[in-house]
Design a protein around this ligand. Sequence first.
Ligand code: NDP
Length: 389
Amino acid sequence: MRRVSIFGATGSIGQNTIDLIARAPGEYDVVALTGGRNIAQLAADARRLGAELAVTAHDALLPDLRAALEGSGVEAAAGEGALVEAAGRPADWVMSAIVGAAGLAPGLRALEQGATLALANKESMVCAGALVSRTARAHGGRVLPVDSEHSAVFQALVGEDLAAVERVIITASGGAFRDWPLDDLAAATPEQAATHPNWDMGQRITIDSASMFNKALEVIETREFFGLDPAQIEVLVHPESLIHALVGFRDGALMAHVGPPDMRHAIGFALHYPERRALPVERLDLGQVATLSFRAPDETRYPALRLAREVMAAGGLAGAVFNAAKERALDRFIARDIGFLDMAAVVEEVLTRLSWRAGLIDAAMTLDNVAQVDHLARDEADRVIADRN
Ligand code: NDP
């Protein structure tokens, strides 16, 4: 039996992963499931799947988790340290689907024990892509992309020579405000931003889709995953969200990956790789779809895309600054302390302020340095917001 663990099991990606695992009883031994505040879901899934261990990220919720697991034989644990320890339990395949930079340390630990890491947590690649790749290489682990665009690129590259790749195009739906007048964006609310036209995802990534911070993170993730030059990576707005990415080769061929917006495809591909197994996803009827439309992204509407290019040019730990400032700005937008358009302005100002700090962005890429930079960037984002108000 394959030993699998799911980090961020209570979230949107985690639940889709559990859906696939639960459809194949007897094939998987579930080692660890982790969650945050949703103790009822975590405990229910740990019982149903017969997990060895369930971990909540929050120490204060340990008594609730213990109570919910009573009599099940599932171990309970809590806190950041327990998450990393759980990632160290031998497993063949580990899903990294915690949201935010909090996913980095458990993912690295899973790679250290030689697991295949199915990486939905794009923040790991943005904050510390070189460290993730180095850790995988050093321990014989492997990282497989789960983000739909990166899975699409990965699939288009099977059997191809990376040297023959001219460009990669990742698509974006354009998010909730794609067709809103620019003047209305300043007053957009978190609820409006958290409604995605095509994908059913967690609240944070859905808001990041509206601002295109999600696509900005994905551009950096593409560079880190496939070792491309930033100039080779393009973003294309594609409102139907059916083509997830295209790879352009030097002979002019463009290979597109087409599929319904259902994350179980990319998760299933990573779960069964290198095999392609049947998956419970809708089959597209292109006659019904009839039209696929595309447009170039407008960087006035989506300043996050310009910032991603600046971050890639700066290199080093700039990705960790970018991600942490974005996470903090998003927290403050959700708390209604700042407006929708302020998020990009805050992130840009944090990048400007911290890039002047000697040695900060150029420090060695270690977990400690990434954590330190992450902390500084969140504090700086709060200072920027205080200065603006
Ligand atoms: P959700 O918000 O739905 O779920 C996040 C998961 O992480 C939950 O299990 C949550 O626990 C847990 N969690 C939250 N904060 C912490 C923390 N500080 N420490 C440990 N665990 C925590 O997110 P998604 O499933 O949408 O996204 C997960 C990751 O996958 C993100 O990096 C996202 O960018 C990426 N991704 C998501 C896609 C999607 O379709 N949803 C598509 C491609 C990538 P709880 O809910 O119990 O509090």
